[in-house]
Design a protein around this ligand. Structure first.
Ligand code: NDX
Length: 263
């Protein structure tokens, strides 16, 4: 643990994430972007989805990447460097890059989502700034891992889940993108991959990712973020499922909201 580690911002940040997750469940309403944008935010000022996702996810990548680049290599031990690298990799993809064959794709450039309310963009930006700082600060200044952490089952299993979840998330977001031609904003029934079993396949992948990250880093901030993701994306999967059942008479009856065969 570095002399620069202050426990209070770590505890406050983790408590805030946990409280936000609980608030999401308490409100039980979908966030008013995407499918719910027109109903819940009819008069909102909006930005194109691509610009909105680019701007709001920027700090999630830039802050931890800046912390990673700024540290003398002696301060950040190898496990913390790998963990912070994984966090940056997720947001590098989300923010900017999804490398496929010889072309470079940009999630925010590729998204075919509907315009995004600016008020949510602002809140999303603040969220990403706070969370990026919390995870980066903790790993850079507070985390201490023994030399044998690489061979610890928590690290190996956690990294495995992280990579598995990221694969599911990227593949599922790809399936969703293919449902629309450029310029369309209609909804179709997603098919294939884990969408065969659940309506929120992209969310399931992302939740697995952050549970894996929490396991591998064995830290309070990562656990709090996994909890938030579970609440926020779990509820969003539930609302998407209900939306599809209302919208499509032929929606597959055996499909669940988030957990195959169960929920
Ligand atoms: N960004 C995480 N709450 C969020 C921004 C908004 O990364 O104040 C949480 C994140 C933030 C939110 C963030 C936190 C909570 C905030 C909220 C704003 C208000 C809220 C701050 C930071 C708040 C309280 C009050 C509690 C404080 O037109 P469209 O857009 O629907 O098109 C969609 C399309 N699509 C389809 N196309 C054709 N046919 C269909 N059937 C389709 N279904 C969907 O696919 C989109 O273009 C695209 C994906 O849509 P959707 O709805 O499946 O996913 P989406 O929610 O847009 O997430 C996109 C990806 C996904 O991989 C997800 O896992 C990840 O981002 N994500 C998203 C949100 C949070 C998060 C990850 C996390 O917590 N880890």
């Amino acid at each position: 643990m570095s002399a620069r580690c202050q426990q209070s911002p770590v505890l406050a940040g983790s408590a805030t994430l946990t409280a936000l997750g609980a608030l999401v469940l308490y409100l039980a309403k979908p966030s008013g972007y995407g499918k719910y944008s027109e109903n819940l935010m009819p008069a909102a000022v909006r930005l194109p989805a691509r610009a909105a996702w680019f701007l709001q996810e920027l700090p999630s990548f830039a802050v931890p990447a800046g912390i990673l680049a700024w540290q003398p290599s002696s301060l950040l031990g190898p496990p913390a460097t790998v963990l912070l690298g994984l966090f940056c990799a997720h947001y590098f993809h989300r923010w900017i890059l999804n490398h496929k064959t010889t072309r470079t794709f940009v999630y925010s450039v590729l998204t075919r989502g509907r315009p995004f309310p600016v008020v949510f963009l602002f809140r999303g930006f603040v969220f990403c700034l706070g969370n990026g700082f919390l995870q980066g600060y903790y790993l850079a200044y507070c985390a201490e891992y023994p030399a044998e952490w690489y061979t610890d089952i928590r690290f190996s299993l956690g990294v495995f889940l992280f990579i598995l979840g990221m694969g599911i998330n990227i593949h599922s977001d790809y399936i969703l993108r293919q449902l629309r031609k450029p310029g369309e904003i209609i909804y179709r029934i997603p098919q294939g991959g884990l969408f065969t079993y659940v309506s929120g396949a992209n969310f399931l992948g992302e939740i697995i990712e952050w549970i894996g990250y929490a396991l591998a880093s064995w830290s309070l901030p990562a656990l709090a973020f996994a909890f938030f993701s579970l609440c926020f994306l779990g509820l969003r999967a539930f609302h998407h499922h209900r939306f599809y059942l209302k919208m499509f008479d032929d929606y597959p009856k055996s499909r669940r909201a988030l957990i195959p065969f169960i929920f």
